[in-house]
Design a protein around this ligand. Structure first.
Ligand code: MEZ
Length: 558
């Protein structure tokens, strides 16, 4: 129960009847811009230029990510890659994009390895709740989809990439259906389509409120049944190159054994996902534990530019209470079917379906200007008036269509069908990332990328449901491109890393931070190499090895 907020709840209930009948407040384009500049985390000056690599002094990047791009490798100095695994295609990442790529390579006569630092399927894909966009409605079209996403992305989208996304929604939904994915449908067999923020008509297909989990379920089953060799608990810590600019493999850290595994591949597809667990500006996040920007760091050292990396999505409805759920997603779909966003005074202050960055900024403004609700655990938020959903759609609707949210809050004695829940923006999505072309090629020969690790498709503000589409469209597309133009096998060296290290030494002579980080800082987990096996790869026992700690992190450290 939320007894501690009963005064505010009383106000909310007192205005419900009137709000239910009222029109949502509208905001003009100029005011929206002002709101963004004043309150959205991307605009608050917590970003900086990096001084090294392809983005050097060219565009701002959040400090937390910039620090990792300017860090040294986890690989001990002196490490010599010797080929432990030889494969045609190496996929890094076991979420929706990596799995889609693996499935598109099935039957191509190529050997395929998929390395994932956790288990297959552990990814942001499974955290996606509200749906996947596809222009299947009677008056819809890929063009209309394009136009909505382009406006939503503030026109900063790469039009070629966005066009590919929108033109492939129908065949992607068919492909998922063939794999056994069950999306909500009407009695006549047509798909149910929900509206989403910024969509000009209903275009979001869903499996209740666990769409990503359903999609990942079928992708994962299919990969496990395929000839792809899955390397669970194998985290990519560096890419290998041939000394002449082609990426030719990767060094993986086997988390079970602690040893390093060098893989030689003719093509590499990076699909390592986002970076929400870097928790920019200490924001809570809706992201999976593995989302710490690994792929960005790896590709960056190979000379791949990052685009729109100043842009992150703060999903307006992250949970603010109870504390155990802080940051977890409350799907936008609940807003799209009637739940209103209301401040501590019981006033509706923004259109719930305005684009995410503007809505998030409006919520942050309410809290900053003391019109939010303070929780006993020192957070603050505004109300999402969820009981309105049943009022509008009939009793039992919320429970039937959004069982995930009901189940999650029930554990804390909160029934969202009967009482509002407290929300605050949560770090949800990395809008920018590795620059790719429409076949998923990066700027480094031999290296492709797909999914959240890439940038350009969504501009600087992604619309709901376009990421589940992105991973399935571009994961498969990258795989098709790899098949068409598979490079020859080339030697594995650390030439690019060595050059990067030289540059790093010039700019930061005393750099001690290592990346990729692999896990959120607050877990205290770090790369621990099995000393004996690693030594075999070294010319001499290097300093970095002797510095490796075998102690668990000190829980009392300040
Ligand atoms: O694409 C998303 O981010 C999504 C579907 C989120 C949600 O609110 O459910």
């Amino acid at each position: 129960m939320i007894d501690w907020a009963k005064d505010s709840l009383y106000k909310l209930e007192a205005t419900r009847e009137e709000r239910f009948r009222s029109k949502p407040p509208e905001i003009g384009a100029d005011d929206a811009q002002k709101l963004l500049h004043q309150y959205h985390p991307d605009y608050l000056g917590r970003q900086r230029n990096v001084r090294l690599g392809p983005n050097a002094d060219n565009g701002e990047i959040p400090h937390e990510l910039a620090d990792l791009l300017e860090s040294d490798s986890q690989l001990p100095v002196g490490f010599k890659p010797s080929v432990d695994i030889e494969t045609d295609v190496l996929i890094l990442g076991g979420g929706g994009a990596g799995a889609s790529a693996a499935l598109a390579l099935e039957g191509a006569g190529l050997s395929v390895h998929l390395a994932t630092k956790l288990q297959l399927g552990d990814s942001n894909t499974v955290m996606a709740e509200g749906g996947i966009q596809a222009s299947l409605g009677a008056n819809d079209s890929p063009r209309r989809h394009f136009s909505d996403a382009y406006v939503g992305g503030h026109g900063n989208n790469d039009p070629d990439l966005l066009r590919v996304l929108c033109e492939n929604s129908e065949n992607t939904i068919r492909w998922l259906g063939q794999l056994g994915c069950i999306l909500d449908s009407n009695e006549d067999g047509t798909f149910q389509l929900r509206p989403g923020g910024g969509t000009s008509l209903p275009r979001v297909l869903a499996c209740k409120d666990y769409t990503g989990l359903e999609i990942m379920r079928v992708l994962k089953d299919a990969v496990l049944l395929s000839s792809t060799q899955t390397l669970h608990n194998h985290a990519a810590i560096e890419l290998l190159d041939d000394g002449e600019g082609q990426v030719t493999g990767a060094v993986l850290w086997n988390r079970n054994e602690g040893n390093l595994v060098s893989v030689s591949a003719r093509a590499i597809i990076i699909a390592t996902g986002g970076s929400g667990q870097l928790r920019f500006q200490n924001f809570p996040t809706s992201n999976h534990i593995g989302a710490v920007g690994d792929g960005l760091v790896l590709a960056y050292r190979q000379g791949c530019k990052l685009v729109n990396s100043d842009s992150h999505q703060y999903h307006p409805s992250g949970t603010a209470y109870p504390e155990a759920l802080a940051g977890q997603l409350v799907t936008e779909s609940i807003r799209s079917i009637g739940a209103q966003v209301v401040n501590a005074e019981g006033s509706r202050f923004v259109h719930e379906m305005t684009v995410r960055d503007v809505l998030a900024a409006a919520i942050i403004r309410e809290v900053s200007e003391k019109r939010g609700v303070q929780t006993p655990t020192h957070r603050a938020g505004v109300w999402l008036d969820t009981p309105l959903v049943d009022l509008q759609n009939g009793e039992g609707f919320l429970r039937k269509k959004f069982p995930g949210i009901i189940h999650r809050f029930k554990r804390y004695n909160i029934d969202p069908a009967k009482q509002p829940i407290l929300i605050y923006p949560t770090l949800h999505y990395q809008n920018g990332g590795i620059k790719i072309d429409k076949d998923g090629r990066t700027e480094a020969e031999g290296l492709w990328a797909a999914g959240e690790v890439t940038g350009g498709i969504h501009g600087t503000n992604r619309l709901m449901g376009n990421s589940l589409l992105d991973i399935t469209v571009f994961g498969r597309r990258a795989a098709m491109s790899v098949q068409k133009s598979l490079p020859q096998r080339r030697p594995v060296t650390l030439t690019r890393l060595n050059k990067f290290r030289e540059g790093l030494k010039n700019v930061f002579p005393r750099q001690s931070v290592l990346s990729p980080q692999l896990f959120p800082a607050l877990t205290g987990m770090k790369v621990v190499l099995a000393e004996k096996k690693t030594k075999e790869h070294l010319n001499q026992h290097s300093e970095s090895i002797s510095q490796v700690s075998f102690e668990p992190p000190d829980p009392f450290a300040k």
